[in-house]
Design a protein around this ligand. Structure first.
Ligand code: PLP
Length: 363
């Protein structure tokens, strides 16, 4: 960071280029572009694909609001689909039923750290027209499905380096793709649609004019933040087993209770970004308050997106249409899980759950 501060470029420059090469290597993809958030990266990606008013984009009802908000932000229409009741992920069947003549893209979300089956999703899409697959990988930097990392079977995969994610620079993200044309549009759509970045405009000591072919946003990551990423990317795979061990501790202590866990496939590497459990709808909010009062930092990931007032007022989607997402959203809480959590801390959390809370919901 000190080196960046004394260099000519505080914003996107040589450090970003280095990290982008590192990402290409890590994901085995052809192109990477660092962005200043998942959200801004996704807006840039949708603009790059020329998705806007009149177009539909299929999004899960069970996800963080950002997945749907970016579709709204470019003026397209999010079409919400339900999730599988066991894995809480979208499936090819659920996607198929939502496709219309207007469908331009689908954004599958790899929830909590378990990847969706993107290859099967791809194979199930109509063959006579292009429907883009944009993976929401905010939870799954280091995850795998059938040995494949994100980005292998989609047109674009987008990551988040927000403060709470497994790899972070406070705010940030990355777009990866194997498609040269998409990449060339993305590097413009992250910079107003400009034909040359600041670094490229001053190449070889002379000023070069830039143009603008189409509308973009401002989504580039500065070198000042990018410099926080290389060491984390190098060490992230070595942390998988640490998070896994913490998750298995919870599973082993809580498995003989009424609590519900998302079902996991056996052919995956889980990133253990979040550890959600279902505690039933009746007592969920009471349980949240009790855990908070005992200094346990719990969160809700997530109430179903169509139940948010903005979406409720705009689309009035009945809960029955997204029943699995709705029910899970009303009963879930996420337990603390991060590499530095100690077994003593986990023991305390488990004790509070077993002694105080599980009796409330019945065994
Ligand atoms: C965090 C998150 C995002 C948004 O990421 P930002 O980098 O904060 O824009 C999008 N989708 C999911 C599933 C997330 O958890």
């Amino acid at each position: 960071m000190a080196a960046v501060l004394s260099s000519p470029f505080l914003t996107s420059g040589p450090v970003c280029k280095e990290v982008e090469a590192q990402l290409n290597d890590y994901f085995g993809c052809k192109h990477s572009k660092l962005v200043n958030s998942w959200t801004n990266g996704a807006v840039a990606a949708l603009l790059a694909l020329d998705i806007g008013p009149g177009d539909e984009v299929i999004v899960p009802a069970m996800t963080f609001i950002a997945t749907a908000n970016v579709v709204e932000l470019v003026g397209a229409t999010p079409v919400f689909i339900d999730c599988d009741p066991e894995t809480l992920l979208v499936t090819p069947e659920l996607i198929k039923n939502a496709i219309t003549k207007k469908t331009k893209a689908i954004i599958p979300v790899h929830m909590y750290g378990q990847m969706c089956d993107v290859e099967s999703i791809k194979n199930s899409l109509p063959k006579d027209r292009k429907i883009y697959i944009i993976e929401d990988c905010a939870h799954t930097f280091e995850a795998k499905f059938n040995g494949d990392r994100p980005g292998k079977h989609s047109d674009i995969a987008i990551f988040s380096f927000y403060a709470t994610k497994n790899v972070t620079c406070g705010e940030g993200g990355a777009i990866i793709t194997n498609d040269k044309n998409i990449y060339e549009r993305v590097i413009q759509s992250v910079l107003h649609g400009m034909s040359a970045s600041a670094a490229d405009r001053f190449k070889e000591g002379k000023y070069n004019h830039w143009g603008m072919e189409y509308l973009g946003t401002k989504a580039n990551l500065p070198d000042l933040l990018a410099c926080l990423l290389p060491e984390q990317i190098k060490s992230i795979d070595s942390k998988i087993s640490i998070r896994e061990e913490k998750a298995q501790f919870y599973f082993s202590k809580l498995k003989n209770t009424k609590l519900r866990f998302p079902q996991e496939k056996s052919n995956i590497i889980h990133s253990r970004h979040l550890f959600p459990i279902g505690v039933g709808m009746q007592k969920r909010d009471e349980i949240l308050q009790i855990l908070s009062s005992k200094n346990i930092g719990v969160t809700v990931n997530y109430r179903a997106v169509p139940t948010m007032n903005f979406y409720k007022n705009k689309y009035s989607i009945p809960n029955e249409n997204i029943m699995n997402s709705f029910l899970w959203g009303e009963e879930t809480i996420s337990l603390p899980l991060f590499p530095d959590i100690t077994f003593n801390e986990q023991d305390y959390i488990v004790k509070v759950l077993l002694d105080d809370l599980i009796p409330m919901i019945g065994n």
